[in-house]
Design a protein around this ligand. Structure first.
Ligand SMILES: N[C@@H](CCC[C@H](N)C(=O)O)C(=O)O
Length: 294
């Protein structure tokens, strides 16, 4: 019996942030930025916000040092082919893939990412996945000599809170999510020097006590239906705005973060660690025509 031609893939999503998953345990695939962009093209490719390549940590130069702590490396790429440090929704879908492929049991699994080792907990029977997202970096809102950081979209301007979740975020509180307009282009953040490597921008409204909703424009992907790291950045910015700081309060705080594609529960613990819980679904699997990867 001969095996079917093409490169195996799966398609999955977490709160409708969708991914092409490519198992490549030995790290032999040459996944160029062009190939990633073609895979993610919603008309000429499979279509996705990003690619999750599943590589044994020991087989990847960027992850080898983590191989003692995590067997699998999440090689995440944005839909334009660029590399990002971390993807929160992707981490849940990655864990779900490991479970489905028999590479991890329901329960705890460690994942190597470019932002470091992250620990996930996979609930039984296809239930939610929780990921330990690390702690947030919250520099002062003011950016040194450059003054206040602002974001501009649809002819309006808002101040932003700068938050690092392994990757960069600019969080703007708005009165209405529609104020940001259609977000066909990346919102402009000033000064550009505040984010030398580009930025993910979140617009946020309050929905109730410890309950917010967001829209996001992702670096390298455009407006998406959800962003896990973005939701964590928003949760921390909202918590500080509401007067919660678990490290000082000595008590955890949990927020519900609504995204266009669903909802996430996010807790900041007293030690600063942020835990995000949400769905992770695999919807299809198949084979990629090698011409698409050329
Ligand atoms: N959708 C992701 C974030 C993906 C990376 C981001 N676009 C970046 O370039 O930093 C998430 O769920 O966190």
């Amino acid at each position: 019996m001969t095996s079917a031609p093409g490169v195996p893939f799966l398609k999955g999503h977490g709160t409708e942030n969708d991914f092409v998953i490519i198992p490549d345990p030995d790290g032999v695939l040459d996944l160029s930025p062009r190939a990633v962009a073609r895979l993610c093209d919603r008309r000429a490719g499979i279509g996705a916000d990003g690619v999750l390549r599943v590589v044994r940590a020991a087989a990847h130069p960027e992850a080898r040092s983590m191989a003692g702590d995590a067997e699998w490396f999440m090689d995440y790429r944005n839909s334009d082919g660029s590399v990002a440090e971390m993807c929160g929704n992707g981490a849940r879908v990655f864990a779900r893939y490991l479970e489905r492929a028999g590479l991890a049991e329901p329960g705890d699994v460690a994942l190597a990412t470019r932002a470091g080792v992250r620990r996930a907990h996979i609930a039984k029977n296809g239930g939610d996945v929780t990921v330990g997202m690390g702690s947030a970096e919250l520099p002062e809102a003011r950016d040194g000599a450059d003054g206040e950081i602002t974001v501009h979209a649809a002819g309006r301007t808002w101040p932003v809170r700068k938050v690092g979740m392994g990757n960069p975020h600019a969080v703007a509180f708005v009165a209405d999510l529609a104020e940001a307009g259609r977000l066909l282009d990346a919102p402009e953040v000033w000064p550009a020097t505040a984010y030398p490597d580009g930025v993910n921008v979140e617009f946020v409204v309050a929905r109730g006590p410890r309950h917010v909703a967001l829209r996001v424009h992702e670096r390298g992907a455009g407006e998406t239906r959800s962003c896990g790291t973005g939701a964590c950045a928003v949760m921390v910015a909202a918590a500080r705005r509401d007067g919660f700081d678990p490290r000082e309060d000595g008590a955890p705080v949990t927020y519900t973060v609504e995204v266009p594609g669903g909802r996430l529960e996010i807790t900041e613990r007293a030690d600063g660690e942020i835990e995000m819980t949400g769905p992770a679904v695999i919807v299809a699997e198949g084979r990629i025509d090698p011409a698409l990867l050329a």
